[in-house]
Ligand binder design. Structure first.
Ligand code: IMP
Length: 193
């Protein structure tokens, strides 16, 4: 059976990917310990590629990587690829973002998740992107999830990600949508082996 290494050291992500791949004829493995790839790309897709290629090359197996973040229209797409580094903690990141658009009525934003599967020779085998459109609330709401979840209200739901059950977030969320796009393509790819 083909092996797919998850190019992440985040145990939550590894768990999420492993559960997604459960129905596929593929052997999912975590990446080697202590391996960190610098995210120097200017887009989510570029960073997902960087990570997938580095881990595929290092392990000699196919590797799957993701990169995600929040793009706020009024901030020209910031924090974007810098979402994780926008401030030191989740609470500080939320505070900084709310302050940055404090006097702004334009609150539109979207989350984006890019996924990439690369081969050991550096070829990109699959690339997909998932998006979730919404708006930045004036104050945080809800206590589920992580990151910017309490200040991101999903269009058409009236709820922030932090007010949703995990299953609902998966359905609407950027990562869930990217997964949904990836699965049939990965099945096809596996069938060609
Ligand atoms: P990375 O994809 O691990 O590089 O991190 C992306 C960063 O974007 C996270 O640290 C969060 O700050 C933010 N982010 C990505 N997805 C979500 C989400 O579903 N909810 C809240 N914040 C998110």
């Amino acid at each position: 059976m083909k092996t797919l290494v998850i190019a992440s050291s985040n145990s939550g992500k590894i768990h999420e990917f492993t559960s997604l791949m459960k129905a596929l004829p593929i052997n999912v493995q975590p990446q080697p310990e202590g391996m960190e790839v610098e995210e120097t790309g200017s887009t989510f897709a570029a960073n997902a590629q960087l990570k997938a290629k580095a881990v595929a090359c290092r392990t000699g197996e196919w590797a799957l990587a993701d990169d995600s973040g929040l793009r706020v229209d009024a901030l020209d797409g910031a924090p974007g690829v810098h979402s994780a580094r926008y401030a030191a903690t989740d609470a500080a990141r939320i505070e900084r973002l709310l302050k940055a658009i404090e006097n702004c009525n334009q609150r539109e934003a979207h989350f984006c998740a890019a996924l990439c599967i690369a081969a050991p020779d550096g070829r990109v085998l699959l690339e997909v992107e998932g998006r979730c459109q919404g708006r930045i609330t004036r104050t945080p709401r809800g206590d589920q999830g992580f990151g910017y979840d309490p200040i991101f209200e999903v269009d058409g739901t009236g709820l922030t990600f932090a007010e949703m059950a995990l299953a609902e977030k998966k359905l609407h969320g950027h990562r869930g949508r990217a997964f949904t796009a990836l699965e049939p393509q990965l099945r096809e790819l596996l069938a060609t082996l």
